[in-house]
Design a protein around this ligand. Structure first.
Ligand code: PLP
Length: 346
């Protein structure tokens, strides 16, 4: 096979959800965030696996993603849309029973006019300045909105992956001030917020990255393994170079394997010459530049030529690769390309 194989462990995703669910009280509902095609891992398969594990509530970023998820999981799970009710979304929201998180006065007006009796949520801005109503706006519509009975009120933490950051307590305080005493379910925390402790949990939590094996949830089970087939092997002499721009020169006679994965598959060029691939537990350094479809790897120290090498797996997680590539695990995951074959486990 000439393309890499992405192994996706659905059992590990379900286990990670159960473990995150167990971090909050039984009265707290743990939803699942499955935006961006389940962080690149396949919204249909992941959605169905999570429903089987007990998830009744999902969040996606856009109505279009909600449509895809609804088609995969059927009529029963609740599906919230972080992006709210945009113009052009009305039919999707109505036909697929999506619940928009209304972010602005414009969205509230649009939703109330287009779908007067349809469910909705409210997103408040507690300091991140990205999405949601700010406190003065909220004051002007609070009464009207509460009369209509939102499914939930949510906000989002900007710095939850840094437990000591003062922003967490500030946003918690703002959220409380804007919502205390209201008869409505509240949701503040994604993965990072769950780890900050019970005062951040409220009624519903919204983990995403932790389900998929990423930081800040250190105890997550690894979910992905990327197996890259070796297409060709060659021996190079001292002084020969490998790859574009001759960035690597053999300092001794070396054996170079060329594997099928490249930046067109979401493998950032920034790992060129820095990351490794694994033959079982033996690391093999990338040499030269990552190119569009291919990566060259030094396998001089291996006793025999394996059929494939792993770029992601338990020994090199998405966060490990992200650190080498100067990004975050989220970006590695969501960049994983469409060209891989995918094998689902569980
Ligand atoms: C993406 C997102 C989440 C999930 O965040 P993770 O850090 O992946 O757990 C939760 N809430 C909102 C509003 C989001 O945009």
């Amino acid at each position: 096979m000439g393309t890499s194989l992405l192994h996706i462990d659905l059992t590990a995703i379900a286990d990670n959800w159960r473990a995150l669910d167990a971090l909050s009280a039984d009265t707290v509902e743990t939803a699942a965030v499955i935006k961006a095609d389940a962080y690149g891992l396949g919204v249909g398969k992941v959605g169905r696996a999570l429903v089987k594990a007990g998830v009744n509530r999902f969040f996606v970023a856009a109505a279009e993603e909600g449509v895809q998820l609804r088609e995969a999981v059927g009529p029963s799970p609740w599906i919230g849309v972080f992006g709210g009710h945009m113009s052009g979304d009305t039919d999707m929201i109505a036909d697929m029973s999506l619940v928009p998180m209304l972010n602005s006065l414009d969205q509230i007006t649009r939703h109330f006019e287009a779908l007067p009796n349809a469910p909705f949520g409210i997103q408040l801005d507690t300091g991140m300045n990205r999405l949601g109503l700010e406190a003065p706006e909220w004051e002007t519509v609070k009464e009207l909105v509460m009369k209509a009975g939102p499914d939930l009120i949510m906000s989002h933490l900007a710095c939850a992956d840094e437990p000591e950051h003062e922003m967490n307590a500030l946003q918690l305080k703002n959220f409380r001030e804007m919502t205390d005493g209201l008869d409505v379910k509240r949701a503040l925390s994604a993965t990072g917020g769950i780890l900050l402790g019970p005062e951040y949990h409220f009624d519903i939590t919204r983990p995403g990255i932790g389900l998929y094996g990423g930081l800040p949830y250190e105890d997550a089970k690894p979910v992905v393994r990327l197996e890259c087939p070796i297409i060709q092997v060659r021996d190079v002499q001292t002084g020969e170079t490998v790859g574009y721009s001759n960035t690597w020169t053999a300092e001794e006679p070396s054996r170079i394997a060329t594997v099928a994965a490249g930046y067109a598959d979401g493998i950032t060029r920034h790992i060129s010459g820095k990351a490794v691939l694994f033959d079982n537990d033996t690391p093999c350094p990338i040499v030269g530049r990552v190119s569009m479809d291919l990566i060259t790897v030094d396998i001089t120290h291996l006793d025999q030529v394996p059929r494939s090498l792993d770029l992601l797996g338990p020994l090199q997680t998405v966060d490990d690769l992200a650190t080498v590539g100067g990004t975050i695990g989220y970006e590695i995951l969501t960049s994983l390309g469409a060209r891989y074959r995918r094998r689902y486990i569980g």
